[in-house]
Ligand binder design. Structure first.
Ligand code: NDP
Length: 250
C-alpha cells in the first residue's frame, strides 16, 4: 500500500471532517481517489482545505439519519463528481449511560445515526455501486463484539452494524459489491478526548491494551484503504478488529 491503489475512484466518507473519518479521507486521496465528505458541519482542517482547492475533496451537508438529505447528496455526488465506487460509513455518535436510566430519545438517536444511517446510505449508494462492482466499509467497534459498561445503546448499535455488514455482503455479492466492517479499539479522537485528556484515564486505558497504547486514526484509515482496494478483492462480510490486541484479552 502507499501507492495509487484507488486511482480514478470516487468515494463517499460520512463524518469525514475529523477523527477517524478525516484520516480515512486523507488516506483515500493519497491512494488516488476523489472523496466527498457527507457531514453535518463543514469544519475542514488545513489539509482538507488544500485538497478541496485541488478538486480532490468535496463536502455535502447531511444528517445520515435523514433519507431526503441523503438522496440529494448521493444524486449530487454521482452527477457532479463521478459515479460512486466506494462508500465508507464512518459517522457515529456515542451515548454514555447505563441501560436503566437511558432515555428512549437517546436510544433512538444512537440507533438512528449509527445503524439506520448505514442502512440508508448503503441502500441509496448500492444503485451506483452495483454498476461498477464497488465496495463498502462500515466503521463498527470492538464494543459491537464485547459489551462495554455504560455503553449499552452504542454497543447494541455497533453489533447491529456488524450483522448489517454481513447481510449486505450476502445480498450484494451478486453485484460484485464487497461489504466489510472495521472494528476499532480505543482510538484517540474528538469522540473520546473528554476522557483521554486525563492522564490517569489515558494510562489506565492504555494498560488494558496488549500493545499498551491508544490507537491513532491513521491506523484505522490504512485498513479501510486496503479493504476498499483490489488488494482485498476476495474479502467480503468480514468484521476486522483493529485494536492493538484488545479483543480476546478482556
Ligand atoms: P468523532 O466524534 O471524532 O467524529 C464523528 C464524525 O461523525 C464527526 O465528523 C461528526 O460530524 C459526524 N457525525 C456524527 N453524527 C452525524 C450525523 N448524524 N450525520 C452526519 N455526520 C455525523 O468520532 P471518531 O472519529 O472517533 O469515530 C468515527 C467512527 O469510529 C464512529 O462510527 C465511531 O463510533 C467509531 N469508533 C470510534 C472509536 C474511537 O475510539 N474513537 C472506537 C470504535 C469505533 P459533526 O460533528 O458535524 O456531527
Amino acid at each position: 500500500m502507499g501507492g495509487r491503489l484507488l486511482k480514478d475512484k470516487y468515494a463517499v466518507v460520512t463524518g469525514g471532517c475529523r477523527g477517524i473519518g478525516q484520516a480515512i479521507v486523507e488516506r483515500l486521496v493519497r491512494e488516488g481517489a476523489r472523496v466527498c465528505v457527507l457531514g453535518r458541519n463543514k469544519v475542514f482542517n488545513e489539509t482538507l482545505q488544500q485538497l478541496e482547492k485541488q478538486g480532490k475533496v468535496f463536502f455535502y451537508q447531511v444528517d445520515v439519519a435523514n433519507r431526503v438529505m441523503l438522496e440529494e447528496a448521493f444524486a449530487w455526488v454521482n452527477t457532479e463528481i463521478g459515479e460512486l465506487d466506494i462508500l465508507v460509513n464512518n459517522a457515529g455518535i456515542t451515548m454514555p449511560g447505563g441501560l436503566e436510566s437511558l432515555e428512549e430519545e437517546q436510544w433512538d438517536r444512537v440507533i438512528n445515526v449509527n445503524l439506520k444511517g448505514i442502512f440508508l446510505c448503503s441502500q441509496i449508494a448500492i444503485r451506483a455501486l452495483k454498476n461498477k462492482g464497488g465496495s463498502i466499509v462500515n466503521i463498527a467497534s470492538m464494543s459491537g463484539i464485547e459489551p462495554y459498561a455504560g455503553m449499552g445503546a452504542y454497543s447494541s448499535s455497533k453489533a447491529g452494524v456488524i450483522m448489517l455488514t454481513r447481510q449486505m455482503a450476502l445480498e450484494w455479492a451478486q453485484y460484485n459489491v464487497r461489504v466489510n466492517a472495521v472494528c476499532p479499539g480505543i482510538i484517540r479522537t474528538p469522540l473520546n478526548e473528554y476522557l483521554l485528556a486525563d492522564p490517569e484515564i489515558h494510562a489506565a486505558r492504555s494498560a488494558l491494551i496488549p500493545m499498551n497504547r491508544i490507537g491513532k486514526p491513521d491506523e484505522i484509515a490504512g485498513v479501510v484503504a486496503f479493504l476498499v482496494s483490489k488488494e482485498a478483492s476476495y474479502m467480503t462480510g468480514q468484521a476486522v478488529p483493529v485494536d492493538g490486541g484488545l479483543l480476546g484479552s478482556i
